[in-house]
Structure formats: structure tokens, C-alpha cells
Design a protein around this ligand. Sequence first.
Ligand code: GLC
Ligand code: MG
Ligand code: CA
Length: 604
Amino acid sequence: MLKAVGITVGVVAVLGLIAGLITWGVLASRGPPPPDPPELIPLDWWQHCVLYQIYPRSFKDSDGDGIGDLQGIISELEHFVDAGVDAIWMSPIFKSPMVDFGYDISDFYDIHDEYGTMEDFQELLEKAHELGLKVLLDFVPNHASNESEYFIKSEARDPEYEDFLVWADGLPDPDNESNILPPSNWVSQFGGSAWEWSEKREQYYLHQFAIQQADFNFRKQAVKDEMINIMRFWLDKGADGFRVDALPYLIEADPADHGGRYPDDPLSGRTEFESHQLGYTIPLYTKDLIELYDVVCEWRDFADEYLEEYGGDTRVLFSEGYANVSMTMLYYGLGGNLNGAHFPFNFDFITDLSRDSTAPDFVYIILRWLTYMPYGGVPNWVFGNHDNNRMPTRFRDNMVDGLNSLNMLLPGVAVTYQGEEIGMKDGYVSWEDTVDVEACNRGDEDTYHLYSRDPARTPYHWNNSTSAGFSTSEDTWLPVAEDYVTLNLAQQKIDDRSHYKVYQALTQLRKEETLSHGEYDIRALSERTLFLVRSLSTHDTLVLLFNVSEDSDTIDLGRVTHLTLPATVYVASIHSARNSGAVIENSELTLQSGEALVLRAPPV
Ligand code: GLC
Ligand code: MG
Ligand code: CA
């Protein structure tokens, strides 16, 4: 069961086949000559890129204040070239009181002072572009800081901004006349009511995230216009596009449809939760509202029009949101059209797979995306980010190379969160050192670790010097993880075999047309081992074998489609007994726990 990656490949394959048959007919008596190489339509820059997420606060500190900054990023831009990365996206770098570390923006048109200046940003763009790197910003349309002008003016009922945010009267409290209850039972993503009382305006405002992150009112045209202005501002500066934040929460139910009041979300009936806790309700009126997709399509129109007007390369929109598969796929566009985001981030490896998953689980979850994705869409694969435990922590240390291999060999865009190229694990952050608003709001000394996003945000491990080479200061905004002494980039560049060297080999391999244009086949060979085949007429076939289990497994390579033996090991996970260049001749093969092999075989 082979599936074409897109029309291009399909059409090309058919033409190739026809051409092949004609030639074969003519020359049948002398045996079939090798077919002509397929004619491949070049892809747009983003369609097969390696996209790397920078968490700016933790990437590299240039001025010794213990906080990462833009000059730090500039000083390490070569790292991306060395690693084989094509594009970077940065978590928010805009002016912010840092309640949610930049996701609470107080000025959408300025750079946060701890990170640098507008000049620094311009320099970053210029130098990145010189190196051939694309630069994406994080666009946070759902909410603004309560220190933003929007909030201050809206709270003060400045006529221009009065309805910019979602304001509502409270409800009378039947038990206490002097009390005013929130307009509905909606629960914030960070715990507690999603409504906060303003003494000044004598109304509640909505915040789907922290109290300091007030939701915009997307039913107002002026808000939508402002969002376009913000995007235009950064595109004018030279940004190549945006990662778009928290989209499922963009729009809430309209009181006009509910007798003039905000409707309560239905109760989940889950008794382990109290009314202020996430999970107490089902977010029927607060998440995945169908109207939000129209806004995404309007943004796509804007990005396309911008390209038409100013030329250059495609400005992209990659949307962020955790939702079920059907609501996720709608971000690609409505009615099967690709008129939404260029792609929605695929978080399935984070939400649906773990150290406990079997090979069939992996195959099933991967195929789910490829199956539900609208025709012609570009898939993508995310293994971690600043909101979730790190990849080797959720899976196993010995799976790092296999997971990076899957990321690089699957069709579409490979997304890397900073540190995954060297297999960085969660850092330990004590309750005293915890700064994440989600952990502080939802947890206490005993439970914070269930919610804290800090462990995935500890500073990057450059080398084994002070603060892992992240900062000259020993006092960093989050502690450096202890394993930096042995687990760091400099060491991995020296070691004969390392996660980093595997990563480099994989990004190098991605340049082959088999990976950018070939077809795929992915199946489980057993509960423990899966294969992923990439093949393209006249090109070498590339095969990933990956034992995702805790035990060794003996497999029969005769069952791997499109694989002819002998094959050569292109790259192997670092604990494998097999080296690059090793020849595999026998179809019986034993893989150790976590072992991954990328094989190269002649075209079929
Ligand atoms: C997204 C961000 C997360 C942030 C939230 C609110 O989920 O990735 O870090 O807290 O949106 O902006
Ligand atoms: Mg700094
Ligand atoms: Ca909202």
C-alpha cells in the first residue's frame, strides 16, 4: 500500500510509467533498459524544510544577565547551518512583563528589552538571511498583556478600544448580595475562572490563559484589522512568516446566540476535578469554535496577497493548537481547500505516543495524520516544544536517534525543538526555582511537576563550561540541567558517534529527492519494530528500521517492501553495534532496544 505524496509525484509517476512501458515495448527483446529519472517539480522552500524552534530565553545569553537574547542567537546562527536546519522560529521576543515568558505581550510592535533592540532584530534577520536561513516569529493573536495599551484603554472605556477585549457584567450571587459572580463557569487553561473582575471598569474580562493575558474580541473588525497590522509590520521588517499561537481559543460563544449571556460550558462529570480546575468542564463554548477558521483563512489571504504585492519567497503561517484530528485538519483550510495555515503543527508524537507505545501504535498514529490530511497538504512532525516534557524524557534515551530518524525520513517538514539535536532531556527544577505560571497556578509544592513547563525550558547545553556555555553567569533564569557536563554540543562534535552526528547525517540525507519527492510505506513488522520505506524511481531506496521497545527483536527483512539486499547502513543509532557503511546481506536481523538503522538500497 504505497501512497503518493502529492499530485506532482502521482502525475510524474504515471508519466514515468507510460514512458517506461513504451520504451520497454520497443526494447523488450533486449531486456528492460533502466527507466529515465522522473521529472520532479521543485518544492517551495518550506515544504520540505527542517524547522527549528528557538526558545530565546534559554538559547544563548550574550550579556551575562543569565537570560538568553537576540545577540546570543546571532552569535550562534552558524549552528543551524552546521546542523542542516533551514528555518528557525522563535518563541515571542516582543515587549512583555514575562508573566508567561513572552506570551503576554504588552507591545506587539517592539522587542523586549532583556532580549535586545529592534536593531538587534534587524541584524539577526540580515545575518540569518545571508546564511540562507528563514526566520519566523511567534504571532500571539488570542490575547494581550494587561499592561498593553489595548488593555489599559479598553479598561478605561476609550471609545476606540472599549470592545477590543471580551468584557461582561457579572451575575448576581443568590447567596450573597454584595458579591458578583463571573459571567459563566469557564475555566482558564492555567486554572481558576477564565473571568477576572476589573474594579476600574466594574466588569469581568475574559482570559483563557493567565489573568494577565486578556483575550481579544475577535467579533470586532477593528481587532481583526489590528492583527493584520501587526503581521504586516513584521513582514515589512523582513520576517518570513509566523508560528501562530493558541488558535483553538481564538473565539468564544456569542452571547447573542444564548439569550444575551455567556453560556456555561457543560460539566465533564469528572469528580476528581473541582470547579476551578481544568477538566471540570467540557470546553464546548470556549475551544475549537468553527468561526475561528474563517479568521485563519483571512490571514492566509493576507499572507498570499502580501507575497503577490511585494514578491520574494512565500510568507508562511504555521498554526499552533491542540485539538482532535478533524478540528486540527481544518487549519489546513475549509472544505478540503488548502486556504488556511500552510500547516497546523502535528503534536501527535507528544500527545498520542510515549515510551509505552508499540510499533503498531507508532504506525497507526503516523498514518492517521497522513490519512486525514487534505489532499496536497504538507505534513509535519513535532517531537517536543517549550510546553511539554522533552522528547527523550517522554520516550527513552535510547530512542533519540530513531525518533530523529523518523522526523527526518517522514514526508514533509521536520520540526526540531532546541536541544533535540543533541538529545537534551528535562532539567530538574525545584519548587523554589519554578517560575512557570501554569505550574505556580495549578500546582503546589507536591504537584507542580505535573504541570510545570520549566523542565523543558532549561538553558541549551553548548559545552561543559560555566552554565553549559549558555551564559557567563552562574545565575541563570532557570537552572542549567546537571547532565550538561557530559551531554553538550561541543562534546558531541568530538565524539565518534553522537546524537548530533546522527542528526547531521539525517539532515544531509534529506537533500536526496527520495526524501523530498518519494513515496512512503510504513508498517509494523512486530509489536516492537517498524519500518519506514521511502522510494523513488531510479533513486536509491531509503529504509528506516526502528525497534521502539525495551527488548531486542529479530525481524525478517524479506517483509520490508521495496528493499533489495544487500543494503548499506547509512547511519545507525549511537548504541548500535553496526556502523555506517556496514553491509546487510541476511534477511534475518536482530535489533536491540531502541536501535534504529537507516539503510540505503539500490533502486527497485
Ligand atoms: C501556547 C504557547 C504557550 C502559551 C500559550 C498562551 O500554547 O505555546 O507557551 O502559554 O499558548 O499563549
Ligand atoms: Mg542576556
Ligand atoms: Ca479567545
